[in-house]
Design a protein around this ligand. Structure first.
Ligand code: PEP
Length: 248
């Protein structure tokens, strides 16, 4: 039985002091043993967030990471810097990073490998555009993203990864995928993992849905057999996130 994982992606929101206020507010609302709860905060707030979340069930994740150990990469954050302060998760390949910061399937793969090397769990994002959905190529496109993201990842590592299926047309638009649409793609992702690694990895890996999840849509989405929780943007910054985490 897979434990659900519900992660908030704060994107470029909240200063370090606002982070403390929001974590204090959300702490009692997201308390549960039934799901892993992760807050992915801006890099500058990671240390503050880890401190603020101490003693709670909230784990802190980064929203990005570079794939080199150190060196002349101005503005980047190295994996060792994240583990040094206690970061457990990192979002890799979010569609906003692909669109605005030239992230590609190849750099996603490099980051995934580096995250595993450092014992950080990657939350690997994939998702089709509206045009791809309308052209009927969604599953082919997602399979390609997954196959490249997992190049040279071992079966043992794959079992511990988290994949976030986030249709681009649903992110920040208020247009949530239907439970049927989300389940269809999450099942196809699990089938793809089974083809690469076999059934044990496919059964173990956790696959989230992301894209305009709200307290009203969470229960139906997260009850689908191949959806193991969500990656939540806008609604993770509000008390509503407590209702999403405790969706049952
Ligand atoms: C996201 O940022 O990953 C996301 C799904 O955003 P939203 O929930 O706001 O659509």
């Amino acid at each position: 039985m897979r434990k659900k994982i519900i992660a908030g992606n704060w994107k470029m929101n909240k200063t370090p002091s606002e982070t403390v206020t929001l974590i204090d507010e959300l702490k009692p609302l997201v308390a549960t043993d039934e799901a892993d709860v992760v807050f992915c905060v801006p890099a500058v707030s990671l240390t503050t967030a880890i401190e603020a979340a101490k003693g709670s069930n909230i784990q802190i994740g980064a929203q990005n990471m570079y794939y080199e150990e150190s060196g002349a990469y101005t503005g980047e954050v190295a994996p060792g810097m994240l583990t040094d302060i206690g970061v457990k998760y990192v979002i890799v390949g979010h569609s906003e990073r692909r669109e605005y910061f030239a992230e590609t399937d190849v750099t996603v793969n490099k980051k995934v490998l580096k995250a595993f090397e450092h014992g950080i769990t990657p939350i690997i994002c994939c998702g089709e555009s509206l045009t791809q959905r309308e052209q009927g190529v969604t599953i082919d496109f997602i399979r390609q993203q997954i196959k490249i993201a997992f190049l040279n990842v071992t079966p043992e590592q794959a079992k511990t990864a988290v994949i976030a299926y986030e249709p681009i047309w649903a992110i920040g638009t208020g247009k949530v995928a239907t439970a049927g649409q989300a389940q269809e793609v999450c099942k196809a992702i699990r089938d793809c993992i089974a083809e690469i690694y076999g059934d044990a990895a496919a059964v173990a890996i956790r696959i989230q849905y992301g894209g305009s999840v709200t307290a009203d849509s969470a229960a139906e989405l997260f009850s689908q057999p191949d959806i193991d929780g969500g990656l939540v943007g806008g609604a993770s910054l509000k008390p509503d996130f407590g209702r999403i985490v405790n969706y049952k």
